[in-house]
Design a protein around this ligand. Structure first.
Ligand code: CP
Length: 340
């Protein structure tokens, strides 16, 4: 795809070459995320960060990514704090914000809403998550992390086996990741969910049609054996018709150190898009895995900064100018690597 000036709404826009381009730019930007250098390549540019659903890492990392490239960030964080609460349409909101912004990131609870908004926007719009539908930047950072973790084990994405565990019905991160992974060759997908929270049938059929092996499991222990990657997800309780219904699924699948030791190969990588639900009745990814070296969840969040910087650099056409606007960091920073 041509990134410059374009919206990023769905992973369906990408082919393997596009993904390689994003990852190459992300690799180049590592020195800025690690605070080894500053770049001001987006000095004067404005990001409107519109999050109409709760978020910690997507909102903050998109904002920090823009700041690290030298740009400024303006935010709205709730529907009730915006004029959407007064009945303003997405069309009008997009027309207004286009005049204030060089790029917009938007999260919204309704599937398709970000595409509707983007259709009215004069500036590029990046989907920060639209209901249960898609979360393209999460899928890119997950795939970037998978590539790094597998490379460390001498493996490739082609041929990998992955268990996707938990709420596969409403988990937009899972939906987007599956579609990206499907671009690679000869994968094994273990779809591990409680009955009722299976992945949408259309998506499972798409994976099979693209030549991958797809196996459905309703017992976690059976589904997590002999895979390279465990990708655990939270019950997306905000998407259920009622809290009572969501509560029926909470805590059914719990990955902890004991389960991992008993059922997984020693180097199995553990991922989760986060947030994990650490309340006593949930705990799908137990805190007792925190010191497990195969737990990649905080490497995922760090990689999110790189991938989101790369998306801004590509969409705003500065990927080749970043280093020309750089200088050394002068302050103490714990983020700098010891070798620098
Ligand atoms: N993974 C993710 O989307 O996290 P947030 O909801 O905190 O942004």
């Amino acid at each position: 795809m041509d990134f410059v000036g374009n919206h990023i709404i769905s992973v369906d826009q990408f082919d393997r070459q596009d993904i390689a381009r994003v990852f190459a730019v992300a690799d180049e930007l590592r020195v800025y995320a690690a605070r080894e250098r500053i770049t001001r390549v987006l000095e004067g540019a404005i990001l409107s960060n519109m999050f109409f659903e709760p978020s910690t890492r997507t909102r903050l990392s998109f904002g920090a990514a823009f700041n690290l490239l030298g740009g400024e960030v303006r935010e709205t964080t709730e529907i009730k704090a915006s004029s959407l609460a007064k009945g303003e349409s997405l069309y009008d909101t997009a027309r207004v914000l286009s005049g204030y912004s060089d790029v917009i990131v938007m999260r919204h609870p309704t599937a398709g809403s970000v595409a509707e908004f983007a259709a009215a926007s004069r500036v590029p719009v990046i989907n920060g998550g639209d209901g249960p539908n898609e979360h393209p930047s999460q899928a890119l950072l997950d795939l970037y992390t998978i590539r790094a973790e597998l490379t460390g084990q001498g493996k490739k994405i082609d041929g990998l086996s992955i268990a996707l565990i938990g709420d596969l019905k409403y988990g937009r991160a899972v939906h987007s990741l599956c579609k990206l992974l499907a671009l690679y060759d000869n994968l094994q997908f273990n779809l591990v969910s409680p009955p009722g929270l299976e992945i949408p049938q259309k998506l499972a059929a798409q994976l099979q049609a693209q030549g991958h092996r797809v196996q459905t499991y309703h017992q976690m222990e059976a589904g997590i054996r002999d895979v390279d990657i465990l990708y655990v997800t939270r019950t997306q309780e905000e998407r259920f018709p009622s809290q009572e219904e969501a509560d029926r699924y909470k805590g059914l699948f719990r990955l902890n150190q004991l389960v991992y030791t008993q059922h997984c190969a020693p180097n199995t990588v553990i991922m989760h898009p986060l947030p994990r639900d650490s309340r006593a009745d949930a705990q799908e990814l137990d805190d007792d895995l925190n010191e497990n070296p195969n737990l990649a969840v905080f490497r995922q969040t760090d990689n999110g900064l790189l991938v989101r910087m790369a998306l801004f650099a590509l969409v705003l056409d500065v990927a080749d100018q970043v280093h020309a606007h750089s200088k050394p960091v002068t302050w103490f920073t714990a983020n700098r690597s010891p070798a620098s």
